[in-house]
Design a protein around this ligand. Structure first.
Ligand SMILES: [Zn+2]
Length: 206
């Protein structure tokens, strides 16, 4: 069935399996969500391999309270998902991965952003029309205190608006789209661009 016609949870489960085959969420890391309405999203339950996850491993979270139905445990980083949904009413899906490229690039880059410029593949990101434009992907220092991290992300967004995603240093990428299909395209595009950026820096350092 074309992804546009799939129910949101089916599309998200398929995205998780695809991410698993890519190796972007090793050892049960990462978390994925899809918006159900203005009030709720579905998010991965903690501790499941994304490559073999199924529909019963998703929890319904209230976007305002962060509470989960049935007392089950959501992913530790649920607060970052609910933040992004509250900042962007048009966001329909969020993918958070722990890839090698996102992890390494966010450590190699010492400033507070990766700036992507000069790549044709920037056009994989919604609204980008030219390799001559600059795409800013902010980097936030990692923290186990998710409310504090979410507050830093929100403060930064107030001055430099987030667009497609952000990196958490030494940790991974959060990216999103208006639906699962667009979030997947943004994830694949950003992963490609991160790999280019790492290879370029390696060659330039020689
Ligand atoms: Zn994570």
């Amino acid at each position: 069935m074309p992804i546009e016609q799939q129910p949101p949870l089916d599309a998200l489960v398929a995205a998780c399996h695809w991410i698993g085959t890519k190796g972007w969420c090793p050892a049960t890391g990462g978390n994925m969500s899809v918006r159900l309405s203005g009030q709720h999203c579905l998010i991965t339950e903690s501790g499941h391999d994304k490559g073999s996850i199924s529909a019963e491993h998703f929890l319904t979270v209230n976007l305002q309270s962060g509470e989960v139905d049935g007392g089950r445990i959501p992913s530790a980083e649920t607060g970052l998902h609910t933040l992004v949904y509250s900042l962007f009413p048009t966001v329909g899906a969020i993918l958070h991965t722990h890839s090698v490229n996102a992890t390494v690039l966010s450590r190699v880059e010492k400033s507070n952003a990766v700036i992507l410029e000069g790549y044709e593949m920037q056009k994989s990101l919604g609204g980008q029309r030219s390799h001559l434009d600059r795409v800013i992907i902010p980097i936030f220092d990692n923290s186990q205190d998710i409310p504090a991290l979410a507050s830093r992300v929100a403060d930064s967004h107030a001055t430099v608006p987030l667009q497609y995603g952000f990196l958490v240093r030494g940790h991974g990428l959060y990216c999103w789209g208006r639906d699962v299909k667009e979030a997947r395209r943004h994830l694949e595009g950003l992963e490609f661009l991160f790999q280019c950026e790492l290879q370029l820096r390696l060659l330039e350092a020689k």
